[in-house]
Design a protein around this ligand. Structure first.
Ligand SMILES: Cc1cc2nc3c(=O)[nH]c(=O)nc-3n(C[C@H](O)[C@H](O)[C@H](O)COP(=O)(O)OP(=O)(O)OC[C@H]3O[C@@H](n4cnc5c(N)ncnc54)[C@H](O)[C@@H]3O)c2cc1C
Length: 475
């Protein structure tokens, strides 16, 4: 029956009426503008369950706006300001792109969520120059698929469902990071909706301060609706593969983790920048001193003698349990499964960037894995192109980092994870904002050192004096 009424457009009409009733009766909020009525989802709506959550938590918002256009975003911002004014600024306001934010701030309880996942267009503007316009609601797996036929790649996250919006505004440490640098290092412009609903097109010469701030400064300046990227060419001269990479996965059984980390670092730091390496280390059997290390090594380019030498060396770093190699399209490595969000990963993540994996750091990693029931520790060697950018060029400043360490633990163990990770933080050079669930001011000070924080704060205070965008990592 409902389907039938829906077809006739009658159910929609009735539900809009009910929606306004709900807003009026339950919350005493102002009436929604006409442009948002069809996009609004309330707790009583049958579709509420499908859109209330992100990857990490189930939200209980009072209102979700499923934006379809940039104008919808502008109208939502104006509406949220109005609700906030009436409610003494107490209503939470979250922005969700891909819903994979480890900060977990893209959903909330009792507030408003603006979902922009329908703004997901990927447009190639100039294939020769690698220029692409990408809307913030797209996910990286889909971006890779769209770029691939043109032999183009943008090094982004390791998982296809992560969103362009949340990853880019925080930096983006991708699978080809050593060769191509951070995701933001390829950004040449962006459209931003500010807290007063103004649309700004920012680049190096127009609104350069805003352009600086959205490259690593997170979401406190405004909502980015569209990014202009200059993608990289990755070509196989034989033309059989569009964006060739060689992927090696090795599972090692390791007894002396410190020695292993030392040898792995020696190996990867001597390798050409074409090679990026990620490790996931677990102590899954809970045998002190016996670790399972899963290495993912990605060679940007086709299979050749050079790649063979380095992969061969990797296979000798420790006792190998499993070893696989394949040549593939970059796009096939980051396919997006488009799994609906149900708050399915109740985890808590901490990280630090490091200047080297020193013996002391290796000892602390071993210590955590031996004494804390974590889900694992991830290591990435990231030294390369990102180190060639001046620290003041973007709001992502840890340009001296060559390593990345992340501790994954169960959400309920957050306090213990903070405590156990503390020694590593002291040895680190800063924190990557997108990959930490810790929203404390101490953590923010590690993400943005004082000289960056004060510049960011001045811009945020000017653009958003009422702190409309306070759901995210904020100074
Ligand atoms: C499985 C998994 C793998 C990951 N792998 C990597 C990786 O390899 N490399 C890496 O760098 N990161 C990685 N991440 C971290 C990820 O990049 C960040 O958590 C990122 O914020 C997710 O973006 P999103 O759009 O999906 O998130 P959302 O949950 O939609 O948003 C997170 C936050 O970002 C801000 N935000 C979102 N959209 C916008 C916008 N359009 N404008 C302004 N601010 C916005 C908001 O503050 C929001 O609360 C991974 C995360 C997961 C869950």
């Amino acid at each position: 029956m409902i389907d039938y009424l829906n077809q006739l457009g009658i159910y929609t009409f009735l539900s809009i009426k009910e929606k306004n009733m709900e807003i009026k009766q339950n919350n005493n909020w102002p009436e929604l503008p006409n442009s948002l009525k069809n996009l609004a989802i309330f707790p009583s709506d049958p579709t509420y369950k499908q859109v209330r959550s992100n990857y990490f938590r189930v939200g209980t918002p009072l209102l979700i706006i499923m934006a379809k256009t940039e104008t919808n975003i502008v109208d939502t911002i104006k509406y949220v300001s109005e609700v906030r004014r009436q409610k003494n600024w107490k209503i939470t306001f979250s922005v969700r792109s891909g819903g994979h934010g480890i900060t977990m701030t893209s959903v909330n309880d009792g507030g408003i969520i603006l979902d922009i996942s329908s703004l997901n267009k990927v447009e190639i503007i100039d294939a020769n120059k690698g220029i692409a316009k990408i809307q913030a609601g797209a996910v990286w797996g889909d971006v890779a698929q769209k770029l691939s036929p043109y032999n183009l790649v943008i090094s982004s996250g390791d998982f296809g469902d992560t969103g362009v919006g949340g990853l880019t505004v925080y930096g983006g440490i991708g699978l080809l990071v050593r060769r191509f640098g951070l995701t933001i290092d390829h950004l040449i412009g962006a459209r931003i909706v500010t807290a007063i609903g103004k649309i700004i097109v920012a680049d190096k010469t127009h609104y350069p301060e805003l352009f600086w701030a959205i490259r690593g400064g997170g979401s406190q300046i405004g909502i980015v609706t569209e990014f202009l990227f200059k993608a990289d060419k990755l070509i196989d001269k034989t033309k059989s593969i569009k964006t060739p990479i060689c992927l090696q996965t090795v599972t090692y059984s390791v007894n002396n983790l410190s020695d292993f980390i030392h040898d792995w670092q020696e190996w990867i730091s001597s390798a050409p920048k074409n090679l990026t390496s990620l490790l996931m280390i677990t102590n899954s059997n809970h045998h002190v001193g016996n670790f399972s290390v899963q290495a993912t090594n990605i060679w940007a380019g086709i299979k050749d003698e050079n790649e063979h030498i380095w992969f061969n060396q990797a296979s000798k770093l420790a006792g190998v349990v499993k070893h696989q190699e394949k040549v593939m399209n970059y796009a096939d490595m980051v396919v997006a499964p488009h799994t609906p969000h149900t708050g399915q990963q109740a985890v808590y993540v901490k990280n630090t960037l490091v200047r080297a994996f020193t013996p002391q750091i290796a000892k602390e990693i071993t210590n955590i894995l031996n004494n804390f029931n974590s889900l694992g520790i991830e290591l990435r060697y990231i030294g390369g192109a990102l180190n060639t950018i001046n620290a003041m060029t973007t709001a992502w400043t840890c340009r001296n980092a060559v390593g990345f360490i992340a501790l994954w633990s169960a959400k309920d163990d957050a306090a213990q994870a903070n405590k156990n990770f503390e020694p590593l933080l002291k040895l680190g050079t800063g924190v990557y904002g997108a990959y930490s669930s810790d929203l404390s001011s101490e953590e923010n000070a590690r993400v943005w050192p004082e000289y960056i924080a004060s510049k960011l704060k001045a811009i945020a205070d000017k653009e958003d004096p009422d702190k409309l965008f306070n759901q995210g990592r904020n100074i």
